[in-house]
Write a protein that binds this ligand. Structure first.
Ligand code: 5GP
Ligand code: ZN
Length: 110
């Protein structure tokens, strides 16, 4: 766990953030400042700063994030209406929390 990392603390269960999904490798929770009716953050428990810092060993967790989104989609009612998955990468890419996370947004009228 990286010192002073908000998402390490959240993923480690050190805050009162409610998890919509938790596995041994990742957690899923709602974004505190949603950009859409559904806005989830899919966060590895392992501290990885950004997409730039991914290594070959991280292939499995990346796949796990996508499959977690697939599993959350029907639970959030967005599987048929559709959704976006994205990573912000470093400051110029809009990243504000430097612990890898994938955004899942959707729920607009289709
Ligand atoms: P980034 O801009 O780094 O890609 O996304 C960080 C996201 O984390 C933002 O959408 C922001 O609203 C969200 N966020 C920041 N602090 C918290 C928090 O304490 N709890 C939750 N649930 N989301 C947070
Ligand atoms: Zn972290």
């Amino acid at each position: 766990m990286a010192e002073d990392c908000l998402f390490c603390r959240i993923a480690g269960g050190e805050t009162n953030t409610e998890f919509l999904m938790e596995t041994d490798k990742l957690v899923v929770f709602e974004d505190i400042n949603p950009l859409a009716p559904v806005h989830l953050l899919l966060v590895p428990k392992q501290h990885i700063r950004s997409v730039n810092d991914l290594t070959e060993q991280d292939r499995e967790i990346l796949a796990d994030l996508i499959f977690a989104a697939r599993d959350m989609a029907p639970k959030m009612g967005v599987d048929s209406t559709g959704y976006r998955l994205f990573f912000n990468v470093e400051k110029g890419g809009g990243q504000e929390i430097f612990h890898l996370h994938m955004h899942m947004i959707g729920g607009w009228e289709s």
